[in-house]
Design a protein around this ligand. Structure first.
Ligand SMILES: [Zn+2]
Length: 174
């Protein structure tokens, strides 16, 4: 980082602190040649994520599209919008941390499922039925048995878990 006054390339950092609600770091620097002080801001550079759809088409990661899918699955489950938004935020942050800028849409679907599973079984099954495009009762039964085996695991107790029969009736009436 060149000094803005004398263009000397070397300086020392006097102070570093979080700025813009944690989205950047502000550094106070002092030029090693002219001793004048200046400030730099360091921000994360967001490189767009490309989503590869099932049919091979590419589109950029669409926050609101994923949110809409989640909102549909969460209808009448009592899950608040901020909680749905934080699911999309978490997924986007997770994808941003990868070195690869392309992701298959099916993988995003699986990430959504992972998050929904922790929030609501009803939303999980509804989303799975759309994203995995259940080919019949067999696929559906597999998803339910996956949930049931999770329910038997005491380490993953879910406060709003519902019996599988309930989920079945809710999914059928959607
Ligand atoms: Zn200088």
């Amino acid at each position: 980082m060149q000094c803005p006054f004398c263009q000397h390339p070397n300086n020392r950092v006097l102070e570093s602190r979080s700025a813009e609600s944690g989205r950047s770091i502000r550094r106070r620097r002092e030029c090693l040649k002219c001793n004048r002080r200046f400030t730099t801001y360091e921000r994360i550079e967001y490189v767009p994520i490309t989503v590869i759809k099932r049919n091979g088409d590419r589109e950029s990661f669409d926050h609101s599209k994923i949110l809409r899918g989640i909102a549909r699955a969460c209808e009448k489950t009592g899950i608040a919008l901020p909680q749905m938004e934080s699911v999309v935020d978490d997924i986007e942050a997770e994808l941003q941390q990868r070195s690869h800028r392309e992701v298959e849409s099916s993988e995003i679907g699986e990430l959504v499922l992972q998050h929904l599973q922790a929030i609501s079984e009803v939303a999980y099954v509804r989303f799975a039925s759309v994203y995995r495009q259940f080919r019949g009762i067999r696929d559906f039964a597999e998803t339910l048995s996956h949930l049931q085996s999770k329910a038997l695991d005491p380490d993953s107790a879910d406060s709003d878990s519902q019996p599988a029969a309930n989920i079945l009736s809710m999914v059928e009436s959607r």
